[in-house]
Design a protein around this ligand. Structure first.
Ligand code: PEP
Ligand code: MN
Length: 333
């Protein structure tokens, strides 16, 4: 981190600031130019509040040289992380095909979809049990019963399961859940992230609706700082001024994240576009962009789905999509 001081900074002020840095365990290099003094900080500056520094009278500007996240940072961990989800590897060349309905609705529904997507090559089953809905009058999910039905589908197909947790108190129901999802709306629920950091279970962390890539990485850092390094990131579209799609899929987040972090990055084209016929082209684009997997909503009767029917594809469409994804993967090898 480098701090450029204002021209009129007095020696006393500079000395005070340097002691403040030293008290925080940082080495200080002072370079006095003709008009400005520059302080270079050496050491772990992740705990320094850059906004606080920026607000000080004698500071003209402050710049970070290294990112404020450590555990998630590729600089400290050059190889790709490979995360094991109930025996299925994700990252470092291992591709996740996560598929299933937005919400678990009935035993027949989740079991039928699970068997169909497995036959098409899916390796993890998704299904929401606790649903973060915009309206309190919309279907809120089958909750504990939904998790039990997911467990049945897991038993039937052997597919590991992923489902969303919305609150710390729900975690006791997640004992047999292989991958715990933090939804977009909870990406900055820091108490939840800290609790997940105390577990060992893999976490699927979705990017918030209006969050930057750096904020996503800081949220991953919350989980990792607690000791849980099993984090998978998910780009699921962000809010922009565009209204033609539900969100705008930020596909460049995939190569950007791959540069910045060793964690696997998957893409959810269903929530990103909100439109079933857009799911295939964006799945292929995400694969071509180097995603480590896809999470896709599949429903056996989208028109009557209790949640997100408009963006859900049928098992037949998923079968076709999965074949095309394999072609793209071959092509970019
Ligand atoms: C989901 O995957 O079920 C979901 C609610 O997605 P998001 O949090 O990305 O909106
Ligand atoms: Mn959904």
């Amino acid at each position: 981190m480098v701090a450029i001081l204002k021209k009129d900074a007095s020696q006393q002020q500079i000395d005070n600031l340097c002691s403040w840095f030293k008290d925080r365990g940082l080495g200080v290099h002072i370079s006095k130019g003709e008009s400005h003094t520059i302080i270079g900080l050496v050491g772990d500056t992740t705990r320094i509040d850059i906004d606080l520094l920026q607000g000080l009278d004698i500071i003209e500007s402050v710049r970070r040289i290294s990112e404020p996240y450590k555990s998630a940072n590729r600089s400290f961990h050059p190889e790709d992380s490979v995360i094991d989800v109930g025996g299925v590897k994700i990252g470092g060349g291992h591709f996740a095909m996560i598929a299933g309905p937005c919400s678990v609705e009935t035993r027949d529904q989740i079991c039928a979809v699970a068997q169909a997507v497995k036959a098409s090559g899916a390796n993890i089953l998704r299904g929401g049990a606790f649903k973060p809905r915009t309206s309190p009058y919309s279907f809120q999910g089958l909750q504990g019963e939904g998790i039990k039905l997911l467990e049945e589908a897991k038993k039937l197909t052997g597919l590991p399961i992923v489902t969303e947790v919305m609150d710390i108190h729900q975690l006791e129901l997640f004992e047999n859940v292989d991958l715990i999802q933090v939804g977009a709306r909870n990406m900055q629920n820091f108490e939840l992230l800290k609790e997940l950091g105390r577990m060992e279970r893999p976490i699927l962390l979705k990017r918030g609706l209006a969050n930057t890539i750096q904020e996503l990485l800081m949220s991953a850092e919350y989980i990792m700082a607690g000791g849980n390094e099993n984090v998978i990131l998910c780009e699921r579209g962000i809010r922009t001024y565009e209204t033609a799609t539900r969100n705008t899929l930020d596909l460049s987040a995939v190569p950007v994240l791959h540069e910045k972090t060793h964690l696997p990055v998957i893409v959810d084209p269903s929530h990103a576009t909100g439109i079933a016929r857009m799911v295939r082209p964006m799945s292929l684009a995400a694969t071509a962009a180097g995603a480590d997997g896809l999470m896709i909503e599949v429903h056996n009767d989208p028109k009557n789905a209790l949640c997100d029917g408009a963006q859900s594809i049928t098992p037949e469409q998923y079968d076709e999509l999965a074949r095309k994804v394999n072609c793209v993967r071959e092509a970019i090898k």
